[in-house]
Design a protein around this ligand. Structure first.
Ligand code: PCA
Length: 222
């Protein structure tokens, strides 16, 4: 049986919702198209540098997943934003939920500068677009708690054959409505959940078929 771990974050930055957790918890217990025998567990991670990695390690040890889809909120992103790379630095523009704000501290001292996603990121983007969901490859997951979790996830699972990676999600409409400053894009939770469900079905099928990722452009000029 295919074991899937989906993580989402608690709200942060003064918000009362985080789309990543709303999506993760909605997925819990659902079956994925084409993956009837998959078992999905959703785990919430604290948006606290000092607590997120222990929670992630617990989830990995408890569920021993074949596929990990880590989700986070990225205000300003307008689509299902599939991260390519995690970098070994924490540089927090705002304090985390415990008031901690590390500047230029490695996620893992002595670790490599970066890890790539081991998800088929191009196939994911292509498959989502074919199903009507806006999606793209993102070249940076930032330097806050999402990137920290993504880096530690890839570091922990390196060489184990698990398919793992990170996706940033747009705001929910109720968040965007109250957001200060210029308007930001948002997706209703139903659309976010449907996109994530499609993504998981693609990931499961891809893994079951042992396919390589698509060679499709997903870069940016700058
Ligand atoms: N987004 C933040 C942290 C938690 C979340 O959902 C980030 O992008 O780092």
């Amino acid at each position: 049986m295919m074991r899937i771990l989906v993580t989402g974050f608690e709200p942060f930055g003064g918000q009362s919702l985080n789309p990543s957790w709303e999506v993760a918890r909605a997925l819990q217990g659902t079956s994925q198209d084409g993956a009837q025998d998959a078992q999905l567990v959703a785990v919430q991670l604290p948006c606290v540098f000092a607590q997120a990695l222990p929670a992630l390690q617990d989830a990995l040890a408890n569920h021993r997943p074949d596929i990990v889809l880590a989700l986070g909120q990225a205000e300003g992103r307008c689509d299902f934003s599939v991260e390519r790379v995690a970098i070994n630095v924490m540089d927090a523009r705002i304090p985390d939920n415990a008031g901690d704000q590390p500047i230029d501290v490695p996620v893992i001292a002595g670790g490599p500068a970066a890890y790539f996603s081991t998800l088929p990121i191009k196939a994911l983007v292509s498959g989502l677009r074919a199903s009507g969901f806006a999606a793209s490859v993102s070249q940076t997951a930032g330097t806050f708690v999402c990137n920290q979790v993504f880096y530690a996830l890839q570091h922990t699972l390196a060489g184990q054959g698990v398919h793992s990676g990170f996706v940033h999600l747009p705001l929910l409409p109720e968040q965007a409505a109250g957001w200060p400053g210029p308007s930001l894009p948002s997706w209703p939770v139903s659309v976010q959940v449907a996109a994530a469900q499609r993504a998981l079905a693609l990931l499961v099928a891809h893994r079951q078929q042992g396919l390589a990722d698509l060679a499709m452009g997903g870069g940016t000029l700058n």
